[in-house]
Design a protein. Structure first.
Length: 505
């Protein structure tokens, strides 16, 4: 990314005066970063220009884009906030200051989930900066996305550390901002560096099945397009391919059987208004047999992050299972870009709200941000701040645990030590005689916590027990244990039969 490329990409979105201001910011940042290099050996200015290009792609306001160009200057160069404010105004300076505070807060914390009294000041700075203007977090997500895309230039241990933080903190934050496309990109890049073997296996499995799925969907897509055209419905249709990380988690729920994953590719239909969404849903259910337990109305009941869409899964006459997503263009923009789309659709509302120091005028699907402001105000006061509850609300579905060698394993919240053992290898789990968690012996009933380091103790005399069923929650572990117990029964029956035969003789 260079100066001309950024200005060209920005040209359709901003006025001539705003483009001149952007050109000025690029020149200021280029001079400030003169002589600095990235790990790749490239000029450092490529990074802030790439961050700004992402913000342009997300259609953020010009102040956010300017802050993206300048976001590292205060931390890494001699440029001061006062100079930035004099050149580009108070709002740009505030955003650059906020991004700088987030960076410094992160460096003073092990992570959001390891809250200690000593980290309170840093956590407070982070939350107040984000709570006062969430565009700070959007800039930080764009920054992290470019860093992840160039992570191969970092040393191996650094790569794993950055990927882990991205998966634990930044991907869930993107999800809470309903920035679905960004969440998926961050998860995919993190998955590649955190669990390279699992990533490679999942990608190989996915690639082997994609062509077959695409061939089957071609006929369905043709039938649906014909029917919607006959009904004189204006629409756009495309396909959504499941991400490798999402597939990896789904395979755990279906015992690794990819034939039971029916949404490897989903067809997405985008229409003009809400009433047409429900009309299209009716057409799909006329064409094919709907699986009623798989119909989800996220319009009537949006997800917590504001995601809205109609989902339905149908069975065709040939027996093929197909998932459809039906939404308006505005719903689609929110699903892809979330809060960034909110600034595009509600820029005047959001700007006014920030100037008044309140987010009361935010769209309803972003009302959770008010909770962040409340938490920020609480963290900045003498009130007791519940950091663990804050983290639980933000990152509430997965945990990451570690082997003694530092390998990272992704498990659902509530998983037991045996779930971890079966994820390592079913034969290792079968010989498990005990567990050490963070160096301390724990019973089989111990539920893992985020950040635990788990050592599996094994014995050649140990064997799977039926009561282990009470201490596993993942489908993968349940299936492996079921097979092991079944083999044990067959072996026991075979041995008893052999002994009876010997007695008869």
């Amino acid at each position: 990314m260079n100066k001309q490329q950024l200005l060209t990409s920005a040209a359709p979105h901003y006025t001539q005066d705003q483009l001149l201001e952007l050109e000025h910011a690029i020149d200021v940042a280029t001079n400030a970063h003169e002589g600095q290099k990235r790990k790749s050996g490239e000029a450092y200015i490529i990074h802030p220009l790439s961050v700004a290009a992402t913000l342009v792609e997300w259609e953020l306001d010009i102040d956010t884009v300017l802050a993206g160009v300048l976001h590292d200057t205060v931390e890494d160069t001699d440029l001061t906030l006062e100079t930035i404010e004099s050149l580009f105004g108070q709002d740009v300076a505030f955003l650059v200051d906020g991004v700088t505070k987030v960076s410094r807060a992160r460096s003073g914390m092990r992570s959001l989930d390891s809250y200690l009294p000593a980290t309170k000041d840093n956590l407070t700075k982070l939350m107040i900066a984000v709570g006062r203007d969430v565009r700070v977090l959007i800039i930080k997500l764009a920054d992290r996305l470019h860093n992840m895309r160039t992570l191969e230039h970092m040393p191996p241990e650094k790569r794993k550390k950055i990927a882990r933080e991205t998966m634990e903190v930044f991907a869930p934050l993107a999800d809470r901002l309903n920035m679905g496309r960004v969440r998926v990109q961050l998860e995919e890049l993190s998955f590649r560096y955190m669990m390279p073997k699992d990533f490679a296996r999942t990608k190989t499995l996915m690639d082997a099945n994609l062509k077959r799925s695409q061939r089957k969907l071609t006929q369905v897509e043709r039938e649906v397009k014909t029917k919607l055209t006959e009904e004189k419905i204006e629409f756009k249709m495309d396909g959504r391919i499941k991400s490798a990380y999402s597939l990896f988690k789904k395979l755990d729920r279906v015992q690794g059987d990819i034939t039971r994953v029916h949404d490897l590719i989903a067809l997405r239909i985008i229409v003009d208004d809400l009433s047409t969404c429900y009309l299209v849903l009716g057409v799909l259910h006329e064409l094919y047999t709907p699986l009623f337990d798989r119909i989800k109305d996220y319009v009537a009941q949006p997800k917590r992050n504001g995601y809205q869409s109609l989902h339905t899964t149908v069975q065709t006459s040939s027996g093929q299972i197909v998932e459809f997503q039906v939404r308006t263009q505005e719903m689609h923009d929110y699903a892809e870009r979330g809060l960034a789309a909110s600034f595009h659709y509600n820029e005047s509302k959001l700007t006014d709200a920030y100037k008044k120091g309140t987010l009361a005028e935010l769209p309803e699907n972003l009302s959770w941000i008010r909770e962040l402001q409340t938490a920020a105000a609480q963290a900045g006061s003498d009130q007791e701040f519940d950091a663990e509850n804050f983290r639980m609300n933000l990152f509430n579905d997965r945990i990451f645990v570690y082997s003694p060698k530092g390998d990272i394993w992704d498990l659902p919240r509530g998983a037991y030590v045996l779930d971890f053992a079966f994820r390592i290898h079913s034969d290792v789990a079968a010989r498990a005689s005990g567990f050490k968690v963070n160096g301390v012996m724990k019973p089989f009933s111990y539920k893992l916590e985020h950040g635990d380091t788990v050592e599996i103790l094994t014995s050649n005399t140990a064997s799977p027990k039926p009561e282990w069923k009470d201490y596993i929650v993942t489908n993968h572990a349940k299936e492996k244990l079921r097979l092991q117990l079944s083999r044990q029964k067959r072996a026991l029956f075979s041995n008893m039969s052999a002994r009876l035969k010997r007695r008869k003789h």
